[in-house]
Ligand binder design. Structure first.
Ligand code: IMP
Ligand code: MG
Length: 185
């Protein structure tokens, strides 16, 4: 087997916990109650933006009690190291007729805002009954596009974070908490 990252290299990049497993759990339980109140029994379609939102989706879908369907869309924002290059590409699309649904978009993090502003533009052009955006993390200080989520669970400063679905070069998505990534050589 090809070793892509030694355990020591892997661990030394995890600088420290920024948001704990328990904090995430509590925030998602509150989100579930909020969504149940907003939609009040009306069925919803949760659309997760891959790859980052897969862990968030699995917890959010179990926190709501309204009837809910699940779909995914893959939007890649291109990165050079830890810096966004500004290009967004839809590599996998939603397979549902959105005009039949109240849509809730789930994203892992809003950084420059480019990815979600593009994704939301595309989804709105398909005339969903309604559309709301929920993000786990928000880095408002990094915005280059005027875009905000309807609900953001945590606002964080301008640091690169990993875990709970978020990656650096495809690693660390499996951490159960959010940690700061150590960029130092
Ligand atoms: P935006 O288009 O700049 O808002 O970037 C959104 C995407 O960039 C997210 O969906 C993440 O995949 C990625 N991203 C932005 N900031 C971070 C971070 O701190 N850690 C990991 N991924 C990030
Ligand atoms: Mg993402």
């Amino acid at each position: 087997m090809v070793e892509i990252c030694s355990k020591m290299d892997f661990e030394k990049r995890i600088k420290g916990v920024v948001i704990s497993e328990q904090q995430i759990k509590t925030a998602i339980a509150e989100l579930g109650q909020k969504l149940d109140t907003i939609y009040d029994g009306t069925p919803i379609l949760l659309i997760g933006i891959l790859n980052g939102s897969f862990v968030f989706m699995s917890d959010v879908c179990r926190s709501v009690s309204v009837p809910c369907e699940i779909a995914f869309m893959c939007a890649k924002s291109y990165y050079s190291g830890t810096v966004s290059t500004g290009k967004v590409n839809i590599t996998m699309d939603v397979d549902r007729d959105l005009s039949k649904y109240h849509v809730v978009v789930l994203e892992d993090i809003i950084d420059t805002g480019r990815t979600l502003s593009e994704v939301v533009k595309i989804l709105k052009s398909r005339f969903p009954k309604s559309l709301r955006v929920v993000t786990l993390l928000d880095k408002p200080s990094r915005r280059v596009v005027d875009f905000n989520a309807d609900i953001a669970l945590f606002t964080i400063p301008d640091t690169f974070v990993i875990g709970y679905g978020l990656d650096c070069a495809e690693l660390y998505r499996n951490l159960p908490y959010i940690a700061e990534y150590n960029c130092e050589e």
